[in-house]
Design a protein around this ligand. Sequence first.
Ligand code: GH3
Ligand code: MG
Ligand code: MG
Length: 436
Amino acid sequence: MDPPPRSPWPPQDSSLGSAPPLPADRTTALAPPGARGGPRILIVDDNPDNVTILRDRLQARGYSTIVAHDGEEALAVVAALAGPTGAPKGAATGVPEPLPDLILLDVMLPKLNGFEVARRIKSDQSLPFNPIIIQTALDTTEDKVIGLDSGADDYITKPINLAELEARIRSLLRIKALQEEVERQRTELFAINDQLVRIARTDALTGIDNRRRLEERLEETFRHSLRLREPFACVMCDLDMFKSVNDTHGHQAGDEVLRQFAKILSDHAREIDPVGRYGGEEFMLILPGATIEAAVAFAERMRKAVEGRTFAFAGMTIRRTVSCGVAGWPHPGIRDADELVRAADNALYAAKSGGRNRVVRWDAAGTGEIGTGGAASGAADTNDGPADHTSHDLRADDGDHRANISIGSHAGSGERVADGGRRQPPDQDRGAPPRA
Ligand code: GH3
Ligand code: MG
Ligand code: MG
């Protein structure tokens, strides 16, 4: 390919006239792809002859052009094309008008000089990268320094050599394309990262928080409550005799019951209450601002809802009950979020030992009373007859391992099943054998 014409521009005799004619084949060869909708160049110049020459030449090369005749108009054009956040805004017609891809900016302009225009455009953080080439009338180092310091990306001295100008435009447009690609990838990475964070915090089966997220939320809630001296409570729930759902109806039915159970919990919780799956068929609710009494009442409502509920899967109806352990802060026996969870877990253990389908409140001082309790055991499936609870009966462990839990009967019998009188923080109970 022949070197581009190197005619000085504007000609020294100021006969600006029209751009040097381009052979048709050269125009095509040099035109950026998609000439009609090619890159948009904003020409800012107060000299109509200069504007004509630049516009004709650039259009012949496949660029589209916009013209502003002074510094204020240049800023107005940019502002009109940019939405409030810099996104291209629809013009009055509703047709989206993209921002220019490059600004060719004269320095000597009425109202506002080119340095100031460059400075203002470049300091607007809401605008995307907008390459600016300043045209300096004099080939003085000072003008170039001021121009570049104002934020211009390149300069060209008058008289302008059009071939050199085109090369500088192409070079800056390449940089802009790279910049946009980097920005696109950055946005994509942010989106992927957000998605990964969501996945890392969500239980895949039920869509509610997973254990990792629950633990984060517990820490957050504990810090928040400590700072504001506000109470909060933790409710641990475990479906009763859940294994038999799998054994009788299959694992898919079990999964569906877990999903429906998660929905019951979410429906009962306030918006501010984190609800999550702690593991298996064990779920946790964190109740910011709730006293232990309120948390027990809440857990009891939820327990009743589950008891009265029929889970449906593939034409089968499945009934389950739930046991809950509740612990609240502040409590002298609970020093951190970990201890609160252990306390709730211990209370849950006692609810299981006490016959299931009940709510037990943890109280290290041994003065607590049963939150509530329901039927003596998990409701039988309508399809599989009464469940056999024998293997889940952990009552034998109570005296030794659950000494600081007081439980009794919701039915009002006042029965206290376990209060061994040992006063210890909940973490000392961890030696207890796991629930079945
Ligand atoms: P308990 O009243 O003592 O809690 O008895 P349980 O049968 O509910 O408790 P156990 O710990 O013996 O059994 C829990 C069962 O939960 C066993 C396990 O297969 C089932 N399970 C855990 N996670 C899932 C799951 O994601 N999907 C299904 N379908 N079952 C699960
Ligand atoms: Mg269970
Ligand atoms: Mg369990």
